[in-house]
Write a protein that binds this ligand. Structure first.
Ligand code: HDL
Ligand code: ZN
Length: 413
């Protein structure tokens, strides 16, 4: 059916459904990193979100859970969150959306039949199927030069699958300079624990070498809820003397993901991080002091979203992206997306998936598109009520900007 013959809402929802996706932040890996690519039902069920939700029921201690094999962990998650209690959380529903989209019978609740299906998929075929089902053209990875496995693969100059874009992730350096400087010295960089002029020069050399090696679409780091800039700390100097000048010189955006409280419960391992409201003053200072840098910013706390929107109105070098982590639920995605559309119009990036398991692309994008499509349709319905007409091409243009175009034009500015 031609788009114009149906209501504005249906036209918008159709355009969103058809929109191709550039997923600008994930933890996925191409097949060049075979040990790091997570895929299939047992990886889906042992996703750290579901581990945390399982452990809440007290069926086992965290230590007891981690001691079990991945398959045994998955069995316990399935029993606790899907059989003994209904799977109503976003992360649980996501698993069922994936199974359903692959045409598997969720009513059977037969976990072993799902295992058989995924075991029969080769990694290459699995990647192709998921990208096709999710409507994703490309994903941005999270690449940590301080990770042993990753570094080894990058140094072998891999031919990376075009659909997987690298991102140079610097948490290790910006969170624990003391420990990373030892590694850097081992790798031949003449750095010291005090971030002085000589050390900054060597860190810039390190960044240039990794940018030349990896060709990242952006440089990224998560930052704590108490992130302050500038504050005279090692982190502050590494950002101002190393990361920002190199990023500007190479025209590469810097993605800052702010508001994490790392390991509030270390027993939960990767599920042990929490959230804290951060100060927008540091983001404001960065945008003011570095007008030639491009900042991709996402904040973890719901309380920070309004201030972040207002700040984005002040600085064209600030691009908001995604509803990150604990914000990636239908209720908060709706609230945040409607606020952004009201305050920023279409000049923002509404979502990234943060997928850690290949198959999550399917559910994270299906669930997000449903909410973003609804919020967007509401905006166009309000436009129509003023007598303003939008063509199908204009709707498709706007939707393409939201799901990929705004990122590429911001990165290429
Ligand atoms: O720091 C990050 O990139 C976060 O996304 C963490 O990896 C977090 O554990 C996560 O997976 N959130 O979805
Ligand atoms: Zn992430």
């Amino acid at each position: 059916m031609r788009l114009r013959d149906i209501t504005i809402r249906a036209r918008v929802l159709e355009a969103v459904r058809e929109a191709r996706i550039t997923d600008i932040h994930t933890h996925l890996f191409s097949n060049n990193f075979p040990q790091l690519l997570l895929r299939g039902i047992d990886d889906l069920l042992t996703y750290h979100y579901l581990a945390a939700e399982t452990l809440r029921w007290g069926v086992i201690s965290p230590d007891g859970f981690w001691k079990r094999s991945k398959r045994e962990q998955a069995d316990l998650v399935w029993k606790t969150l899907f059989i003994d209690h209904s799977p109503v959380s976003e992360a649980c529903r996501g698993v069922l959306t994936v199974l359903d989209r692959f045409g598997l019978d969720t009513a059977s609740r037969d976990l072993n039949s799902y295992r058989k299906f995924f075991d029969a998929l080769s990694a290459d075929e699995h990647v192709d199927r998921v990208f096709e089902l999710a409507g994703v053209d490309s994903v941005v990875m999270t690449n940590d030069p301080f990770d042993e496995t990753e570094r080894y693969t990058w140094q072998a100059d891999p031919k990376i699958d075009e659909r997987f874009k690298p991102a140079l992730r610097l948490d290790s350096m910006l969170y624990e300079w003391e420990s990373t400087e030892d590694f850097m010295r081992e790798w031949g960089y003449n750095v010291s624990d005090y971030v002085d002029i000589k050390t900054c020069k060597e860190v810039r050399r390190f960044l240039i070498n990794w940018i030349d090696n990896m060709n990242p679409v952006y440089i990224a780091s998560s930052l704590p809820a108490d992130f302050a800039f500038p504050d005279g700390s090692a982190r502050s100097r590494l950002i101002s003397e190393c990361v920002l000048p190199i990023a500007e010189e190479r025209g590469i955006p810097v993605a800052l993901m702010i508001g994490v409280k790392r390991q509030v419960n270390s027993e939960l391992k990767s599920a042990g991080d929490s959230v804290g409201a951060a100060s927008l003053t540091s983001v404001e200072r960065l945008c003011q002091l570095y007008p030639h840098n491009k900042f991709l910013i996402t904040m973890l706390s719901r309380e920070n979203q309004h201030e972040l929107c207002v700040l984005a109105r002040k600085f064209a070098n600030l691009m908001i992206f995604g509803c990150w982590w604990f914000l990636n639920t239908p209720s908060l995605l709706e609230e945040t997306t409607r606020m952004r559309l009201d305050l920023l119009g279409l000049s923002m990036i509404p979502q990234h998936s943060d997928s850690r398991v290949l198959d999550q692309l399917i559910y994270k994008w299906e669930h997000s598109k449903a909410v973003i499509g609804d919020a967007l349709a509401r905006q166009y319905e309000n436009l129509a009520a003023t007598g303003w007409n939008v063509t199908d091409e204009e709707i498709r243009r706007d939707v393409a900007d939201l799901f990929g175009g705004n990122f590429s034009s911001f990165a290429d500015r």
